[in-house]
Each structure stands twice: as C-alpha cells, then as structure tokens.
Design a protein around this ligand. Structure first.
Ligand code: ADP
Length: 491
C-alpha cells in the first residue's frame, strides 16, 4: 500500500541552526528535511529566543498579537515564520518577556524560576497558532519535557476542536533526566483540571511533571536508540519514569539518530587543513599534525592522540574519567579535550593541563570549528558515558576516521561494535562496567591495536564505511507516523 503523504508538525524547544544546546537541536534541524524528501509536509514550532539571529533569516509576521490563555488571564503573543527551502516551514513563538533572555533554559546558577510559565505559554501558543493558521496536522511530534503538555491538551481542553479530531501525537524522549517537574501551583496556569494531578496522569512525587504528561497522553512514544528504550524501563536508567514507560512499552520504540553526511564530510570540509576519505587516508595524518601543532603537543605521528568533546557533566563519564587521568598521562598518550560544564571539572582539567603541557590540551568553551579539527585529527575519541540516549560524537568520529572508545550504554551500545583482533571486525572499543578500571582496560586494548598500523587502518575504515545518515531513521519515523493510531487515555 503506498504511504500517504502527511502534514507533520514538530513542537520543539530547540532546532539547529536557530537555537541549540544539545543533540535534540540536531535532530529537529535535520529530520524535517528528510521527511520532506519522503514527500511529507513539515512544520516546526519553537520559541523565538534572543539567541536566534534574526538578521540571518528573513522572518515574516504570521499571526500578530494573538491572545493566549494563561490561568485566568490572557497574554499576548506573536508568531513569525521562516520558510527553510528544502526543509520545514518554521514558526517562532514570540513573547519577549519569556524568551528574550540570554539563555534558553537558565544560567550556570540554575534554571530560570519561571520555566513552567514560559513553556506553558509556548505550548498553548502552538495550539492557538495552529488554529489561527487553520493548519490541520496529521501528526504532532513533540520533543522533550518543554512540549509534554501538548498531547495532554489535545485529549483534554482541545479534545472537541474540529481541527485536531484526527491528529495523532508522537512524543520523543531525548534525555529522560530532564523532566520539567514543577510545584502544584503551576497546574492552574496550564488551564487543566485538578483531576490531572494524580498518579496515573501528571502527578510525579508531589509535582506536576510536563514530561510525564507527554508519556501518559501521547499515542506513541519514541526515544533516540533501541537500547535506551530498553534501559529507560529499568530502575537504574528510568529516572523514576520506568513504571510509566513499562506501562507504555507496546507503544514505545527507539529510533537511532543520524547525522547529516554533507555537514560531516572529511572530503569536503573547509575547516580541515587536508581532506581525506576511506579510499585515501593520507590527509588524516596532516590533520593530526595540525591538531598537535595548534595545541602545542609534541609533533609525533605515532603517539596515539585522543580527543574528547563533551558537556563536562557526570552523565558523560567525567566522574569515571577524573581518576583515570593520571594513569592515562603516564601511558604517554596525548589528549585534546573540548567542553564546558561543571566548575569542578573545569578546575580539574585546568590543573592537569598545567601539569602535562606537552600531552594534554584543554579548551573550556563551545567551539564548533575546533570540534571538527578534533574529530578529524584524533586517533581515538572518548565517550565513557554513564548513560547516553543516542550520542552523536561516536557517529561523527566514524565519519572522520577516528575510532570511538565508549561505554556500552544507550546509543553507544547500538552503534559501536567492539574490535575483534581475530577477525578484524568491529568499529571501536567498548567497555561494560561503569568503572575506571574497565575504562583503562579498554584504553589498553585500543593502544595494542594502534601499535600495528595495518590493523588500525582496517579499524578506521570499518568505521568510515558505517552509514548513520538520517535517511534510514527518517524512514522509520515516517512508518511510525503512518501506523500510529489515536488511542484513548486508559487510566
Ligand atoms: P548531548 O546532546 O547529550 O550533549 P550528543 O553527543 O548527542 O550529546 O551531542 C553533542 C553535540 O554537541 C556533538 O555534536 C558534539 O560534537 C557537540 N559539542 C558538545 N560540546 C561541544 C563543545 N564544547 N564545542 C563544540 N561542540 C560541542
């Protein structure tokens, strides 16, 4: 049966290139294009943050001064639109008091205290904007807690609205640890009834949980890798939501994220000192030499060069890495680290970089250009994550001929296959236990493989041949949209 083309509306707090703090933005920035290539129409809604550089995109006022119910009051908003050629029609919800701030969700001191208000406003605005635009979605695809109330609204306050009678909802968890849990006083602002404040619905340990709303009310749930879909149903990884996810397991799947092979292409990357490909790896050595030189590391072609690009947070394995740093340095390897995050890690790496200047270079900032140089110039890329819903770093590393060394969790477990020295198969190094010792053993295996250039080249090529482009994942989403059925809320 030929599949029907659909009108798909993404509701998301982030979208590249407009506003990004993590992998979610890459997903919502790329997936719409692929869905469109498959013949669908895609629309994206996100807040009009101050960070969005309006001089770069010609915006048009789409709905001027429309009224949004917030508790017993009405507040004003505005909708701008931008047509991404080849991609989605993007709608930006404007309310300067809420969104014209330096950051998306908060400062290093903590979350903005009115995040409940800000994202209630955003979610209500999306539904009101769809009505004002007479846009009838086949699917509303919501992303992370900031959009969890949208499926709730659709089955409560907007249940009788003719525009949404056939609309199906899909909710994607990009990181279960972020839940949008607020004090009960937030509930009146949502306009929802107190009947929603119970265990089977939005109540979560005495709070109103936007994420739980999405998990309970959406017709289908997805997350960004099959392994993470399984892990999140366990106590260890479920962040308290494991019960809801077990309950919804028939409707819950993992679809691995892809990367854009054009954006991440070492053959045509203008940021790199020399191009290279799986067929011709010569340029890779020039990238390594360049990275060593710029970072004042010794120019030694045969010294293994490790790279790491990450948020400096425990999730990313930093508490495991910290005690491994001295032993790593004693092995004589080199490491270039790029990242920002928790102050205690900034301090740790600043001190280590002073102690080992010819081996360790540390950049405590966000820098997309340097990131590419690290991906291209390193031999081994570290991702010892405690948990990792999908992870993009390992996929980018494959493209750039850099061998990932990862912990077996989430999307890392689904994409990195441990190297087998007997058969020459595999594309990286994997360790299981979340322990410094297990990590160092994997480093040891990697260094032994690195000693034999022939073996190593094989391993590099194995990774470069992997295809983690968006095409396959987009097809899975399109199939999921087709087979999603509207389901009643059963509890
Ligand atoms: P998460 O979304 O959990 O932070 P992902 O691996 O899914 O982790 O995506 C992180 C993305 O952000 C990757 O593309 C990575 O290269 C990039 N990134 C992370 N930190 C930095 C940084 N300091 N500078 C440049 N890019 C970064």
């Amino acid at each position: 049966m030929p599949s029907k083309n659909m009108k798909i509306v993404f509701v998301t707090p982030e979208m590249a290139p407009f506003a990004k703090t993590g992998g979610l933005a890459d997903v919502t920035g790329t997936l719409p294009r692929e869905l469109r290539r498959l013949g669908n129409e895609v629309f994206c809604f996100l807040p009009k943050y101050k960070k969005i550089d309006v001089s770069r995109w010609p915006l048009k006022v789409e709905v001027d001064r429309f009224r949004i119910p917030m508790g017993s009051e009405m507040e004003l908003g505005r909708v701008y639109s931008y047509n991404d050629p080849g991609g989605a029609r993007v709608f930006l919800i404007d309310q300067p008091e809420y969104f014209s701030r330096d950051e998306l969700y908060g400062t290093p001191l903590g979350d903005y205290p009115d995040n409940d208000r800000r994202f209630i406003f955003f979610q209500r605005s999306v539904l009101e904007a769809l009505k004002a635009l007479r846009l009838k979605p086949d699917v509303l695809h919501c992303h992370d807690w900031q959009t969890g109330l949208v499926p709730v609204y659709l089955k409560t306050l907007y249940a009788r609205d003719s525009l949404f009678l056939k609309t199906k909802t899909v909710f994607t968890i990009h990181n279960l640890a972020y839940q949008g849990n607020f004090p009960p006083d937030s509930l009146p602002l949502t306009g929802l009834s107190w009947d929603e404040f119970r265990l089977e619905r939005l109540e979560f340990y005495g709070k109103v949980s936007f994420l739980k709303g999405g998990l309970v009310y959406s017709d289908k749930l997805t997350t960004v890798s099959p392994r993470y879909a399984l892990e999140t149903q366990s106590k260890e990884y479920g962040c308290g939501m494991e019960g809801v996810l077990q309950f919804r397991r028939e409707d819950y799947v993992g679809i691995i994220n892809g990367i854009d092979p054009e954006e991440w292409n070492p053959e045509k990357d203008p940021e790199l000192p020399a191009p290279f490909s799986a067929r011709d790896l010569k340029g890779k050595a020039a990238n390594k030499a360049g990275l060593q030189q710029e970072n004042h590391l010794k120019a030694e072609a045969r010294t293994p060069l490790f790279g790491m690009i990450t948020r400096l947070a425990d999730q990313k394995g930093l508490d495991l890495l910290a005690p491994a740093m001295e032993p790593l340095m004693k092995l004589g390897i080199q490491l270039v680290l790029l990242g920002t995050g928790e102050e205690k890690y900034h301090e740790l790496f600043r001190n280590l970089a002073k102690k080992y200047p010819s081996q360790l270079a540390v950049h405590l900032k966000f820098d997309a250009r340097l990131a590419k140089q690290i991906y291209a110039g390193s031999d081994i890329f570290l991702m010892p994550s405690r948990y990792e819903p999908c992870g993009l770093g390992q996929l980018i590393s494959f493209r750039y001929g850099t061998v990932p060394l990862v912990r077996e969790t989430g999307g890392l477990a689904d994409t990195v296959v441990n190297f087998d020295s007997q058969s020459g198969g595999g594309n990286g190094f994997v360790f299981k236990e979340y322990e410094t010792k297990a990590f160092l053993e994997a480093v040891d295996r990697a260094l032994r493989a690195y000693e034999d250039p022939k073996v190593w080249t094989q391993l590099v090529k194995n990774g470069m041949k992997c295809d983690f482009s968006w095409q396959a994942s987009a097809k899975q989403y399109a199939e999921l949209y087709q087979k999603t059925e509207r389901r009643p809320v059963t509890v």
